[in-house]
Design a protein around this ligand. Structure first.
Ligand code: PSU
Ligand code: MN
Length: 319
């Protein structure tokens, strides 16, 4: 379906379009996690499970990617299989890559930044992923700061993630988000989670007790005219968390190897994820899948709460 008077490059699937038209809850899902974040075929299995989890919690999943130069909101099974099978051959597409991939009619996997852009175009306000990009360790040398952070500062989508991964410089990532006015909200926690582990040693700005709390804060932010998103950080469920000391050692080793091999720029995150999956004998991948499913469930609850809130406010305005 070509959305009403929407962007000419955008295709919204019929299922997502009718949910949006009826004000029903929708959760955006990214595709770089499929193509560059996990190996085939578990990436495809996980993408399907994530969609099923969103449905089970009362929302419609909208996987976002670029297929043949079209911005897709609601990628079908065939599209997900393509992204998963081709993996790193697919262009990892962030804000700066979008115009080129679209112009050339290529396939592109959207990062958190690009997924936020496309979600916002379609009117989707809640997005679930695993981890966001951030300020990289060694930023003094590399100047590597993910475009995800600037997108969070300007595009109105709440991003549910498992905190900030310790392949990144967590402290500097938080400082950057503060400077750019992005709230970091802990879901039922005061501690910022660090992806595979529940506590990074850093705090969050605010703690939310419920999906309703998060939905209210989103609505207030945007009613105030404060553009930009929000990071909603949910810790990996206790039973799936990995040992912090052990993971830190594997992450340090992977970063050393990356530096000695001269891997930089957009290649860094995919390299680190696959190296850590190898050195942990797949345990990091299992944990990654568990936390993504957990985030999908929470994002669906937030999307439901946000839609209910909008219905209530509209009801009041009409009465
Ligand atoms: N973190 C993960 N898995 C991922 C990514 C980050 O644990 O797949 C992906 C996301 O798509 C994120 C991107 O937006 O990496 C960040 O890349 P960069 O640092 O190049 O901006
Ligand atoms: Mn980068």
């Amino acid at each position: 379906m070509k959305g009403r008077d929407l962007n000419p490059h955008l295709d919204i699937s019929p299922e997502v379009a009718s949910a949006l038209a009826e004000g029903r809850p929708v959760v955006a899902l990214e595709s770089t996690i499929i193509s560059h974040g996990m190996p085939y075929p578990r990436n495809v299995e996980t993408a399907r499970e994530v969609q099923a989890t969103v449905r089970a919690h009362g929302a419609t999943p909208a996987t976002i990617a670029i297929i043949g130069g079209r911005l897709k909101v609601g990628v079908d099974d065939e599209g997900i299989e393509l992204l998963g099978r081709k993996g790193r051959e697919i262009v990892k597409t962030s804000r700066r890559d979008l115009p080129i991939v679209v112009t050339r009619g290529q396939d592109g996997a959207t990062t958190v930044a690009a997924t936020m852009i496309v979600a916002a175009m379609a009117g989707v306000r809640v997005f679930a992923t695993g981890g966001i990009g951030g300020v990289h360790r060694g930023v003094e040398e590399s100047f590597d700061i993910s475009a995800d952070l600037d997108e969070l500062a300007r595009t109105n989508v709440a991003v549910v993630c498992a905190g900030v991964k310790s392949v990144l410089d967590i402290g500097r990532t938080l400082e950057y988000l503060e400077t750019r006015g992005v709230p970091v909200v802990g879901y039922q926690t005061d501690a910022l989670p660090a992806f595979y582990t529940r506590d990074s040693g850093y705090g969050v700005d605010y703690r939310a007790e419920s999906a309703q709390d998060v939905a209210e804060a989103m609505a207030t932010k945007w009613t105030l005219g404060l553009d930009g998103g929000m990071v909603v950080a949910a810790p990996i469920p206790e039973e799936y968390a990995l040992d912090k000391g052990e993971m830190d050692a594997l992450i340090d080793a992977a970063i050393d190897e990356m530096n000695s091999r001269g891997i930089t720029g957009k290649e860094t995150t995919p390299f680190l994820l696959s190296r850590i999956a190898e050195s942990s004998e797949g345990r990091s991948l299992d944990a990654n899948i568990r936390l993504v499913l957990n985030n999908a469930a929470l994002a669906a609850k937030i999307a439901v709460a946000y839609a209910e809130r909008n219905d209530r406010v509209q009801g009041l305005e009409e009465s």
